[in-house]
Design a protein around this ligand. Structure first.
Ligand code: ARG
Ligand code: ZN
Length: 418
């Protein structure tokens, strides 16, 4: 028995990632803050080995890096970090336990009655899609829902069109859930939609002059998988040619603009695998087609992620800035000011390369560079690492409240400008 366990462990280490997420029990998230350039490079190298799940990526000196390790790899990681002079702090001492606790709470809430989305808990893909259909029946003058394609595993992808001014208005295109485990993103996107719809009188002028086109979960298979199998899955679920059986590409490395030039991996087992070619992932093709279809009218593209509290604009593939970066920065500053005013939550603002790291093939860069959407933003929601992807449900509403204020600044600006 011991031998079997030992062999399994050694295999697990040698075979990189496949096992990583199925053994969350006892897994930990450690935080290190590199203090010299060599440590940043070391961490980047470590990330590329695929032994550990980097919840945040190495950025620069002074920026914290959160690394998840399975229970049996804790000594290995700690030794490795110590070896290069990195001190670590435990952010989450038992990931599996936290996941289990949150799951039990969610199921308890579900058992107590029929579904009504009230943003006190996270909802799965079916629930969110059903809710979109409810909006279309309950608010036919405001909401229409279109089926725009299917995911690899055949889940129907839906586009919500929200507004009452007719088609010939500026559009703000909003998506969430491109990364499966970033649950606060779909929750916040649906929160914003709900606010607009249920207070449509208050927002009459806005809704009469701007259309919101919304896809709350653009990586349906990955998202569903985080509910059924692996809470910390990030990518799509398409098969790859990997002999290790690794699945999925990083959907935010899969867009065609400067695809795979930097900050992405060729390894199907990597969490930042760019895919075999640009737009290899059908879900991203579906979103791309919708953006292309309405590109003339789309003035802003907002794509929601978590975590780190960042409001970022292109480019992600280069440290160069777009020539109109000052316009994007000004609007971001105004949005963040409104956001922060609600609960005091602070955000960093800047181009994504300059605030985090260069990573090509993102949807934000494509929206601006290829589809010509001027105000393209990637927004990394709460928190700054206390819970990371496992943001507790009681933070959904506060996150929604503050983010809605930021989005309204963008929306009002679009209304006034176009
Ligand atoms: N955390 C996001 C990601 O890694 C940030 C994306 C920023 N945009 C970009 N084009 N790199 O996908
Ligand atoms: Zn993300």
């Amino acid at each position: 028995k011991t031998v079997v366990v030992l062999v399994a462990c050694v295999l697990g280490m040698a075979v990189a990632r496949p096992d990583l997420h199925t053994h969350l029990y006892g897994a930990q998230v450690l935080r290190v803050v590199p203090e010299e350039a060599a440590q940043v490079y070391y961490l980047k190298g470590l990330q590329l080995q695929n032994y550990f799940d980097f919840w945040t990526e190495p950025r620069a000196i002074g920026s914290p890096v959160d690394i998840m390790t399975t229970a049996f790899q804790i000594p290995l990681l700690k030794h490795t970090l110590t070896h290069v002079g990195l001190e670590f702090r435990t952010m989450i001492s038992n990931v599996g336990e936290l996941v289990a606790q949150q799951k039990a709470a969610r199921e308890g809430a579900r058992a107590s009655g029929p579904l009504s989305l009230d943003w006190t808990s996270y909802y799965d893909y079916e629930e969110i899609m059903a809710w979109l259909d409810t909006l279309a029946t309950e608010y036919p003058e405001l909401c229409t829902v279109e089926e725009v394609g299917n995911s690899y595993e055949d889940r129907v992808m839906k586009l919500l069109k929200l507004g009452k001014g007719g088609a010939d208005k500026p559009i703000i295109f909003i998506d969430g859930g491109i990364h499966a485990r970033e649950w606060i993103a779909p929750a916040t996107v649906t929160y914003i939609v709900n606010e607009l719809v249920t207070h449509s009188d208050t927002y009459d002028d806005l809704l009469s002059n701007v259309n919101f086109y919304v896809m709350p979960v653009i990586n349906p298979d990955g998202y569903a998988y985080t509910f059924t199998d692996d809470r910390l899955w990030r990518k799509t679920r398409s098969p790859t040619n990997s002999v290790l059986g690794c699945r999925g590409a990083d959907p935010n490395r899969n867009w065609s603009f400067h695809w795979n030039e930097v900050g992405a991996s060729d390894s199907p087992c990597s969490d930042i695998y760019a895919g075999p070619e640009p737009f290899s992932e059908v879900e991203m093709r579906n979103v791309r087609d919708q953006i292309n279809k309405y590109a003339d009218n789309i003035k802003s593209y907002l794509t929601f992620h978590s975590y780190s509290q960042l409001w970022m604009y292109p480019w992600g593939y280069t440290s160069d800035l777009p020539e109109d970066w000052q316009d994007l920065d000004d609007l971001a500053v105004a949005a963040v000011e409104a956001l922060t005013a609600v609960h005091g939550t602070t955000y960093e603002i800047g181009s994504s390369t300059n605030t985090i790291y260069a990573a090509a093939g993102g949807s934000d860069d494509w929206a601006k560079g290829e589809a010509g959407v001027k105000y393209s933003y990637t927004i990394e929601l709460r928190d700054t690492g206390r819970y990371g992807f496992l943001l507790p449900e009681d933070q959904i509403i506060p996150t929604g409240e503050e983010t809605f204020e930021g989005v309204k600044v963008v929306a009002n600006f679009i209304r006034d400008t176009y």
